[in-house]
Design a protein around this ligand. Sequence first.
Ligand SMILES: Cc1ncc(COP(=O)(O)O)c(C=O)c1O
Length: 436
Amino acid sequence: MTELDARLGKLLQGRKEKNRFRSFKEYDTSPSSGLVDFSSNDYLSLTSSPALRKSYLARLSSTPSIFGSTGSRLLSGCTPSHSSLEGRFQRFFHSPSALLFNSGWDANVSFFATVPQSTDWVVYDELVHASVHSGLRASRVPVERRVAFNHNDPDDLENALKRITSEGSSTDKSTVFIALESLYSMDGDFSPLPSLLDILGRYVPRERQCVVVDEAHSTGVYGDQGRGIVHALGEETEGGGGKGRVDVRLMTFGKAVGCSGAVLLCSPTVRSFLINFARPLIFSTALPHSTIMALECVWDVLQSEEGDQRRQSLMVLSSHIRTLLDQLLSRTPPKILHLPPDPIIPFPNASILPPIPGSPILGLLTPTPHALAAFLLDKGFIVRPVVPPTVPPGGERVRICLRAGMEKGVIERLVDALGEWVEMRLAEGKQVRAKL
Ligand SMILES: Cc1ncc(COP(=O)(O)O)c(C=O)c1O
């Protein structure tokens, strides 16, 4: 063993002792495995859509270039198919411009590392994705100008803005960036976006705001044809008929879209700035042709009746599990299992979805997520534990993700298994008390 291995080994041991050690776990989720995957972000079950598979294979077999793009977008990787897909996204999302990235991670890191300048402020929900933090760490924004507010808490955003605006002079030309997610990946709750934007408007003039909403978990799922939550709330760019209070949207392709990559929807100036300064974009090979083709095929589905049906099925399942869980949790002490608070956000442009839609993500908080995940696996359900540092200490949980193609019966069996686990915990508690 080299000295380096010995040193790294010690650090890993420290992680193990804190119960934070990570390793890959591979599960066979084929139909014959008997396992049901409640950890996948394939919310619309598109990765198993026969129609999508057929159209993708047909497109691949009829197109000459199907492999790698062979270079960064600034070199050989800017092909007509890349530009044409960006054009489609620009129109579809009613955005002034669109820029493809190889991943949502790259897009967030690129944006937050380069766009906010040293005299700007970045105010962010405490639960925004790690990629925003990584971007900010690489940015010129001093640590004291990066301000977190409590998750989904308009009052705490107001406190942060009061502090910032009292520190800035009236001649201050800085921009106040606000970083939010439309649907949070760990708690599965929606951002109270309109309330947050109302508050922002009271403290910062519109021309000094830059509101950035990460729609990683809502792309394809919410809004007309899957245009996302900003669209469903009527907050998108003015040209697209919205109120125009959101400046930048990140739509990612690794979750409900079933592919990989991302598109950043922003102004043409921000787009050009990123092309000039964003290192993950400049120094990395662009998305392969096969992915561009897959994305075109996915968007054909999202814009079809099949897309609507899949979105509706997901909403039916999310409301079903919520009813069952509410029944279970009403008789369960919160210290054994509970859901985080869930603000009710009505969507005025809900299209075919309910005006107060459900969420496909449920973060069930428990102090013993590993034990609960192991118990559920034994029953045939893949549910992943989530522990710090992915969530703050005290936020340990199992994360349940629904997919449009699931049967209601499977969800009922999962909630029955959760009920069994709760009964076991309650019985253990009684035994301990009896011994005292
Ligand atoms: C909220 C959020 N933003 C960004 C990302 C990164 O996206 P990608 O997986 O495309 O890199 C994720 C992925 O987990 C996410 O949950």
